[in-house]
Design a protein around this ligand. Structure first.
Ligand SMILES: Nc1ncnc2c1ncn2[C@@H]1O[C@H](COP(=O)(O)OP(=O)(O)O)[C@@H](O)[C@H]1O
Ligand SMILES: [Mg+2]
Length: 455
């Protein structure tokens, strides 16, 4: 068997000596470097092809994220075991970032023995994780780092009871703001089961789409009875938008025609369709900083329902139109019944806003009874952009794109500077937005599933 290559990252001379002595007696293990700074640890471990770092947080320049950066190092995983001083306060944080175990200092015989057992286990575990089909580069660790930076990854659904209210237009433009202007990896998913509108609006191939994805996943589901979406499968169905611009906007096309939504793959088994939709969104959540989902109006559709349930935030789009207001208001009791406290994640976007409609904003909001998230002015040029496959926010800034980008800034505040430097304006207290806490309770769907499985 190949020897385990070890980097010792501590400045405590006594510990280094003890480790060197102990390890020299084990032929399967080899010390390859003993750096004395945190940046030295990363450089040595990657250069010397180390398998594991015995890491002390007292090293100069130490940052907890070093643990996840090593574990998710591109070429191969480098596991970490902490050499922790007594009363180290960051132990939980380090474990959350992927540290595979720890011993406490000083290294007495008992701690040393434990350490020698931990080393091969940590290496095996890190390799197994990397080899697993569900491995996702920088999963929880990125989440964690991003939370510190004042934003976090989010799944945002665009929904509304009306047709033509602007769900797709807002989905495309929010996704372009985040993925092209903001340069965050973003996945725009067309899960509207009434019509796939993202592909024609962005000039994407309709060939690879949600229907094909569900079909592929179905093969495994029918064999295993387990709904899962391997990252590679999702990625083969996803297209990068417009490679001529620096773009991190990826798209999953929707159904090619309405009839597809009625096919057996979607309709035969509601439980299965919901579980597969959920699995797709869960995988997307791990792969992308932002997932923007374009939905159709019908909440009884299984794909729509699962997406509404999985999303962290549902932007409910209405026009200043009494019929829109009425139908949206009518669904609120049903949403409350279904989502309980989760109804808080439904927020209102009044799109195509204009005072010429003869309605007052406050009346629109109070009629519907949902918290306002934003209002987006009507602009006849918007449809021109849609028809020319160019997201409106990528054109010269104007009050309508200001409003949409201001929404995106609430998810990703650094976007504000970029937009202003392009000549745009950011509205209101955009930067003060606190993303809603991700639900800690199992989602409604998991509850339903557990009842189902329990039967
Ligand atoms: N803020 C706006 N100003 C002007 N036109 C808009 C605006 N938002 C959307 N539109 C237009 O309204 C129409 C319907 O929009 P769409 O995004 O397809 O709605 P939905 O997805 O809700 O059916 C499109 O022609 C679109 O260009
Ligand atoms: Mg639409």
């Amino acid at each position: 068997m190949e020897r385990i290559k070890i980097v010792i990252g501590t400045k405590v001379w006594d510990d280094v000596q003890r480790l060197e002595r102990a390890l020299s007696e084990i032929p399967e293990m080899q010390i390859v470097a003993g750096p004395t700074t945190a940046s030295g640890v990363f450089a040595d471990a990657t250069e010397m092809e180390a398998d594991i770092v015995l890491l002390s947080p007292t090293l100069p320049g130490f940052r907890p994220e070093l643990v996840s950066e090593l574990l998710h190092y591109d070429e191969r995983p480098i596991a970490c075991i902490g050499l922790l001083p007594p009363l180290e306060s960051r132990t939980d944080e380090l474990l959350a970032l992927g540290m595979k175990g720890h011993v406490s200092l000083p290294l007495d015989d008992a701690q040393l023995r434990r350490l020698l057992e931990l080393i091969p286990n940590a290496v095996t575990q890190a390799r197994a994780e990397r080899a697993s089909s569900s491995y996702v580069a920088l999963d929880t660790p990125t989440l964690y780092t991003l939370a510190e930076a004042g934003w976090r990854r989010m799944v945002i659904a665009l929904w509304g009871t009306g047709g033509g209210v602007g769900k797709t237009s807002l989905a495309i433009n929010l996704a372009a703001a985040l993925g092209v202007i903001g340069q965050r990896t973003t996945l725009l998913m067309d899960l509207d089961m009434t019509r796939g509108a993202v592909a024609p609006r962005l000039g994407l191939s309709p060939k690879e789409n949600i229907y094909g994805l569900i079909n592929t996943l179905l093969l495994d589901y029918l064999r295993t009875r387990n709904a899962s979406c391997p990252p590679q499968t999702l990625q083969t169905k996803v297209q990068l938008w417009n490679t001529r611009l620096a773009s991190k906007l990826h798209c999953l096309s929707g159904i090619a025609s309405m009839e597809v939504a009625g096919r057996a793959e979607f309709r035969d088994d509601p439980h299965r369709t919901q579980a597969l939709t959920r699995a797709i969104i869960d995988t997307a959540r791990k792969l992308y900083d932002f997932v923007i989902i374009d939905l159709g109006p019908d909440i009884n559709n299984d794909v729509h329902f699962a997406a509404l349930d999985a999303a962290d935030l549902v932007l409910t789009v209405v026009r200043p139109d009494v019929a829109d207001m009425h139908s949206t208001g009518q669904t609120v009791p049903r949403l409350k019944q279904t989502f309980g406290e989760g109804i808080g994640k439904f927020e209102l976007v009044i799109n195509q806003w204009s005072t010429e409609t003869g309605l007052k904003l406050k009346d629109v909001i109070s009629t519907i009874g949902m918290k306002k998230f934003a209002q987006v002015p009507y602009d006849p040029q918007f449809t021109y952009s849609n028809n020319h496959q160019m997201p409106f926010v990528l054109e010269k800034p104007n009050p309508t794109s200001d409003a949409i980008v201001s929404m995106a800034v609430r998810f990703y505040p650094p976007l504000a500077n970029t937009w202003v430097s392009r000549g745009g304006q950011i509205e209101g207290e955009a930067a003060a937005f606190k993303p809603p806490e991700r639900r800690k309770e199992p989602g409604l769907w998991q509850q339903v599933q557990s009842v189902f499985v329990g039967k």
